[in-house]
Ligand binder design. Structure first.
Ligand SMILES: Nc1ncnc2c1ncn2[C@@H]1O[C@H](COP(=O)(O)OP(=O)(O)O)[C@@H](O)[C@H]1O
Ligand SMILES: [Mg+2]
Length: 308
């Protein structure tokens, strides 16, 4: 059973090509991170998947039909990046009102409990902090008892404790067989909570797969060593090495095969010391994949923003 099927999606705003032709297929029960720097096109993609924005071209279906039909049926809960809560209602009134719109909602108390809002249920929506507002939006998303949850940068305004309990709730919702798609620019969130990551940059998908496969896509390990006089061009040619950089007296070699590389390095440069071999994180995979895209195609986003 497919939860989301999209093909050839494109969307421009004037001459900004926000999404440049993407295909996404998400099976029911998957937890998928849509990962990319600010401006990558994540929110535009989500808006099209939910039927909130019309693609310039391409097709979307959600549970086999148009997104709006799936939303109207209560199959989809969404937490978007923008949009204020209705004012002058208590948290409980707002969540109850949303629950009343759907055929088989969760009990309101359960939605409040799951999102940590029980103690604040009688507070007016306009009196809440940023993190509390996010939790109410989360409650609004789950009270429909949806089969698919779509969350756009859900933890942005939350503090550390808020994030921890948010992800604990997400894990339990996922374990009930719900499908979850969340956009994030926090690499560690994608790494920790998704089965699969779809990396977006400049309106395109640059990688899509299990997070461990994405790590394997670029140099799997980095060798660092103190080696003041070595020639970078020569290091790059060592077996197993895919790129070499210098930072002061230290060198860093990204390796496709670190076993071959370390043998060759020591054979040619026995004076190398302080040697470390570290596994590449998703962060490095992400920077290499999106960094390559930036060479061929100018981006409005400086590379440093990719990691904020
Ligand atoms: N309503 C809009 N009008 C004009 N440009 C927009 C609009 N929405 C998004 N964009 C532009 O489209 C690009 C992708 O934005 P967005 O989908 O919000 O990316 P992300 O969610 O990954 O940060 C950005 O360059 C952004 O400025
Ligand atoms: Mg966004």
């Amino acid at each position: 059973m497919t939860a989301i099927e999209a093909s050839g999606l494109r969307k421009s705003y004037g001459d900004v090509h926000a999404v440049r032709g993407i295909d996404i297929s998400i099976a029911a029960g998957e937890t998928v991170a849509l990962l990319g720097p600010n401006g990558a096109g994540k929110s535009t993609t989500i808006d099209m998947l939910l039927g909130l924005a019309d693609p310039d071209s391409g097709e979307v279906s959600v549970f086999g039909g148009p997104p709006t039909a799936a939303v109207d049926a209560g199959f989809v809960g969404a937490m978007l990046q923008t949009g204020a809560l209705i004012r002058d209602l208590s948290v409980r009134e707002l969540v109850s009102m949303v629950a009343s719109l759907y055929p088989s909602p969760l009990p309101v108390d359960e939605a409040l409990e799951l999102t940590g809002m029980s103690a604040l249920a009688d507070h007016r929506t306009q009196k809440l902090s940023g993190g509390e507002t996010q939790r109410v939006r989360f409650a609004v998303a789950i009270v429909a008892n949806p089969k698919l949850l779509v969350l756009d940068e859900p933890t942005v305004a939350m503090d550390v404790e808020g994030r921890r309990s948010f992800w604990a709730t997400m894990r339990s919702l996922a374990s009930e067989g719900r499908t979850i798609l969340f956009a994030t620019h926090y690499l560690e969130e994608a790494d920790a909570y998704a089965d699969r990551a779809i990396l977006m940059a400049h309106g395109r998908i640059v990688a899509d797969g299990p997070t461990n496969e994405i790590k394997a896509k670029v140099g799997t390990r980095t060798i660092r060593a103190t080696l003041p006089d070595a020639d970078l061009d020569a290091l790059r040619l060592l077996p197993g090495v895919s790129s070499a950089e210098r930072r002061g007296e230290a060198i860093a070699l990204s390796c496709a095969d670190s076993d071959a590389a370390i043998r060759a390095l020591l054979a040619e440069h026995s004076q190398a010391r302080d040697i470390e071999i570290v596994a590449a994180g998703l962060e490095q995979a992400f920077l290499e994949l999106t960094g390559d895209g930036a060479h061929s195609e100018p981006s409005a986003v400086p590379p440093a923003e990719a990691v904020t």
